[in-house]
Ligand binder design. Structure first.
Ligand code: KG4
Ligand code: ZN
Length: 333
């Protein structure tokens, strides 16, 4: 089965063609223009998607040496994401489906992140516990089967990726903050400063990152600029450690409450080198199976959308041409 995937929920325009066994092509065009604004500007994102999408689809068919006639379905992100950005990909996919008479499959972006793991690890089996960490979501999800989810823990405020991005903004390091802090932390001491690990009353499985962001703000206000500059790598390493510490503690705690022995990481923050290392070490010492996608499939991409779409298609879960974009779509209602 050949599927073309289209992703345009935020600031990456992405197109991929896959079959059951391999990814023929996965093209990602990251919109650099947002960097100078320190975050994604929705209107600019939609315009950039409009500019790029047609060329990327043509390029994907060229790289895969295929045409639309070779496709069995067209998978596209319908949410969550920015309304205008989502509409570009969804409208394009609808047009492609209408003219080619190939089925349309509206995909949940969050589900795409989880399914990305199957691109690299076809041997992965349900059920598993997924630590889903992206720019918009932080959830610890019991994945019982395809599309059978139970959210057992979540951040009650900022997502983990947001915590990285907001700290980078406070420290004036650039956008997006995650990869920058990851890189700088490699040269720093994670024990340099003890950032708080939030405990939420009566919600032992949930996380909170907003206090962490506030404490980095206070640290910068209370300290000399020179001191911050001299210790920036140490601050990054300590801040990153606080996020990872919270994520790993909650995930391994929740693992004891479910009858599974496999942890799966997903989402942009799963690209973090220290997060991968810490989870891997702890999983090894506890004899727990651990999986995470290759770096290219952690952050937003269209191969993961094609993969989730393929699994839907196999279950006859195709969409009508009048489906709507849903900016606040959730993993489960
Ligand atoms: O999954 P994603 O590409 O988009 C959403 O669906 O949100 O995640 C983007 C988030 C951003 O907050 C970015 O800073 C973070 O993932 N991120 C990282 C790393 N690479 C991307 N966070 C920490 N370390 C990284 N290496
Ligand atoms: Zn994403």
């Amino acid at each position: 089965m050949n599927i073309i995937g289209i992703e345009s929920s935020c600031d990456e325009t992405a197109v991929s063609i896959i079959n059951d066994e391999k990814v023929f092509t996965s093209i990602i065009s990251s919109q650099e223009l947002h960097k100078e604004y320190g975050g994604v500007v929705p209107e600019f994102a939609s315009r950039e998607h409009m500019k790029n999408i047609d060329n990327l689809v043509i390029k994907a068919f060229e790289e895969a040496n295929m045409t639309i006639d070779d496709m069995d379905g067209i998978a596209v992100t319908r949410g969550p994401g920015l309304m205008g950005a989502l509409l570009v990909g969804l409208s394009y996919a609808k047009g492609l489906s209408f003219t080619s008479k190939k089925p349309l499959i509206g995909v949940n972006h969050i589900e795409g992140h989880i399914m990305a793991n199957f691109l690299d690890h076809p041997e992965l089996e349900f059920p598993f516990l997924c630590c889903l960490v992206s720019g918009g979501h932080t959830q610890i999800v019991y994945v019982k089967d395809f599309q059978e989810y139970e959210i057992l823990g979540k951040s009650i405020d900022d997502a983990a990726g947001e915590a990285f991005d907001k700290a980078a903004r406070i420290l004036d390091l650039g956008y997006p903050g995650g990869p920058i802090i990851d890189r700088m932390a490699k040269e720093g001491d994670p024990k340099f400063h003890r950032f708080p690990r939030a405990q939420i009353k009566n919600r032992p499985n949930d996380l909170s990152f907003s206090g962490l962001k506030t404490s980095v703000l206070y640290l910068t206000r209370q300290s000399e600029k020179k001191w911050i500059e001299e210790n920036i790598n140490n601050i990054c390493a300590s801040y990153q450690e606080a996020i990872i510490d919270a994520l790993q503690k909650k995930t391994f705690k929740i693992l004891e409450e479910v009858d599974v022995n496999t942890i799966v990481l997903a989402g942009g923050v799963a690209a973090n080198s220290r997060l991968r290392e810490v989870f891997q070490q702890k999983a090894r010492s506890r004899k727990v199976n651990i999986y995470f996608p290759s770096l290219a499939y952690c952050t937003d991409n269209a191969a993961m959308i094609a993969k989730a779409g393929m699994e839907m298609m196999k279950r006859n879960m195709t969409s009508k041409l009048d489906i709507k974009a849903i900016p606040n779509l959730r993993l489960i209602d």
